[in-house]
Design a protein around this ligand. Structure first.
Ligand SMILES: O=c1[nH]c(=O)c2[nH]c(=O)[nH]c2[nH]1
Length: 303
């Protein structure tokens, strides 16, 4: 053989799971809907090189396992459920040494009817999702990255961009008042957990960190008189690190969704630029894309 398997993982993707919790005493039901991916690694090379299926846990069995565990254990917070699922696979199968569990949780917000929270009806209030990537590695521990994705925001003033490089490639005008809109992708990486018990010991921290990350993102977005996407996202990440001591790094990826002024002066001298701008043309592409990873001072982020 002139080749060998350098890396391999396989599993089930897009496993859609819904779980309801019924509180019999109050009649209040609570629902969770998620999309799960499980990929396994281990001594599985021979399935690729020698058609040896004896090392293959069928992806169909992985799907079944996700449903069974969802029935037997809590599916929230997703950091816990991902850790339980991943740990199950490395403990159940001797030759499986790592499990990568990705969970996307979709929003089902409770409906308010006649001013009252409805006991069993919900609506999709946003395409925003809460996500986790959980890597469970035998002999190493559990690495968790939690994130917010698809949180679309816009502010109509208090965003500036000036002082940037001006040279023979530059046409962009400096601005002290522009529109800032983005789809927030924010993630926070937890310090490594030794194992499932270490995850279970801090269960409330996961919802707390998600709430803090979301609140900080929205408050800073609204209140910062932004000098740039770069500076505003750094301020967000810095506050999340301060709020969540078990988090070792925070990452943002923000598209800059441009809104261009439309010059209408050709039509009877209509004023619609600078201070007179009211009608803008939202752009789909190209868009800026600004990213950063922020860790604690003096520490190097493990990426
Ligand atoms: O906040 C911004 N950062 C940039 O790097 C950039 N570049 C650009 O053209 N507009 C902006 N805005």
């Amino acid at each position: 053989m002139a080749s060998q398997v350098a890396a391999a993982r396989y599993g089930k993707d897009n496993v859609r799971v819904y779980k309801v919790h019924r509180d019999e005493s109050t009649g209040i039901q609570t629902v969770v809907e998620m999309t799960v991916r499980v990929l396994l690694e281990g001594d599985i090379e021979t399935s690729y090189t020698k058609a040896d299926n004896s090392v293959v846990v069928a992806t169909d069995s992985m799907k079944n396992t996700i449903y069974i565990l969802a029935k037997q254990v809590p599916v929230t917070p997703p950091e816990l459920f991902g850790s339980i699922v991943g740990t199950h696979f490395i403990e159940k199968y001797k030759h499986i040494h790592a499990a990568h569990v990705d969970i996307i949780t979709h929003r089902w917000a409770r409906l308010t009817i006649d001013g009252k929270p409805h006991p069993h009806s919900f609506f999709r209030d946003s395409q925003e999702t809460r996500n986790v990537q959980v890597d469970v590695t035998e002999g190493v521990g559990i690495d968790i990255k939690s994130s917010i994705s698809g949180l679309t925001v816009l502010k109509s003033t208090n965003s500036q961009f000036w002082g940037f490089v001006r040279d023979e490639y530059t046409t962009l005008k400096e601005t002290w008042d522009r529109i800032f809109s983005t789809d927030v992708e924010a993630s926070w990486k937890w310090k490594r957990f030794n194992g499932l018990d270490a995850v279970k010991a801090v269960i409330p921290k996961f919802d707390e960190a998600w709430t803090a990350a979301r609140d900080i993102t929205l408050k800073t977005f609204a209140e910062d008189n932004s000098a740039s996407v770069q500076n505003t996202m750094y301020k967000m990440a810095d506050q999340i690190l301060a709020a969540a001591p078990l988090v070792e790094s925070v990452e943002y990826s923000l598209p800059n969704k441009h809104y261009f002024e439309v010059d209408l002066s050709w039509h009877k001298g209509l004023k619609n630029t600078g201070k007179d701008a009211e009608v803008y043309a939202p752009q789909t592409n190209p868009n800026g894309l600004i990213k950063c990873t922020v860790c604690r001072a003096g520490q190097k982020a493990k990426l």
